[in-house]
Design a protein around this ligand. Structure first.
Ligand code: DHB
Ligand code: FE
Length: 286
């Protein structure tokens, strides 16, 4: 049977992709940020999964604002890198895992979460920047990726509680897939940032650090946090953080198992307009 081995969390700032793609990672502004991901890249080389289930948000790239699914699972065999206005990032295309994705869709929908099936989707910085941060700059990504897009762009996004419970359902789905695959689930986006309006540039490190603490230690409590609190404390784009609860909900302790191990934790301000947070939680051996 397939199993979830770890969950990984990271922000997805587009300027990080630009810095990587244009060889700027050693510049003083960027060095501390990329240094914070080096331990995770080393860990990832020793723990490369068979598949990454990558929870992210599309930024009106694949879906525009004409049609916005709340939860959309990528069931295609491949996903192209999106052109977000400056040409596609020079990173490898994404290979999907249609069989596992179809199985997860079947199981999760039968567990009463309505997913949109996406058989064609270009993926934007929300997906490619996390891949670059964790896998570096390989000629091909080391494993297939199942993109899972969540609406956090236009209100109303899903609640934290629904995201946590969806994570549980995804775990059940993966654990019922009849092939011994090592699957990681990634939660991406956040941390505090606001890109628009009078509060543009807002960062709230106290909120972000408390979010990381609570995500590790008490995700059930964190799931009760209302949207208005994210908006007020973490800025209008801080709501991207609800996606982290999907990945957290898929960890074994939420199904009665032991707590995961914190493999790496990192926090850095600023990257462009955003506070960057990063966590690697490894599933406890059972
Ligand atoms: C920035 C952050 C985001 O999450 C995003 O989607 C776009 C831009 C930024 O900080 O510049
Ligand atoms: Fe974003």
């Amino acid at each position: 049977m397939a199993r979830i081995s770890a969950s990984v969390y990271t922000s997805h700032v587009p300027a990080i992709g630009v810095a990587l793609d244009h060889g700027k990672t050693d510049e003083p502004y960027w060095r501390p940020l990329f240094a914070g991901y080096e331990p995770s890249q080393a860990w990832m080389r020793d723990h490369t999964p068979d598949v990454v289930f990558l929870v992210f948000n599309d930024h009106a790239t694949a879906f525009s604002l004409e049609m916005i699914p709340t939860f959309a699972i990528g069931t295609a065999a491949a996903f192209a890198v999106a052109d977000e206005g400056w040409g596609p990032r020079p990173v490898p295309g994404i290979v999907g895992h249609p069989a596992l994705a179809a199985h997860i869709a079947q199981s999760v929908i039968q567990q009463d979460f309505d997913l949109t099936l996406v058989n064609k989707m270009d993926v934007d910085h929300g997906l490619t920047v996390p891949l670059s941060l964790l896998f570096g700059q390989p000629a091909a990504w080391p494993c297939p990726v199942i993109p899972f897009a969540v609406n956090v762009v236009q209100y109303p996004p899903p609640s934290g509680r629904r995201c946590l419970n969806l994570g549980r359902a995804i775990r059940t789905a993966i654990e019922s897939y009849d092939e011994p695959l090592d699957v990681q689930i990634w939660g991406t986006g956040g941390m505090s940032h606001q890109l628009q309006g009078p509060r543009a540039g807002l960062i709230n490190s106290e909120f972000d650090r408390a979010f990381l603490d609570e995500l590790i230690a008490d995700p059930e409590r964190l799931a009760a946090k209302p949207h208005v609190e994210y908006l007020r404390e973490a800025g209008s784009e801080g709501i991207e953080l609800v996606m982290w609860l999907i990945a957290r909900g898929a960890m074994g302790d939420l199904a009665g198992g032991p707590a995961p191990t914190v493999e790496h934790r990192f926090y850095h301000v600023p990257a462009s307009n955003t506070a960057v947070g990063h966590l690697v939680l490894e599933e406890a051996a059972s």
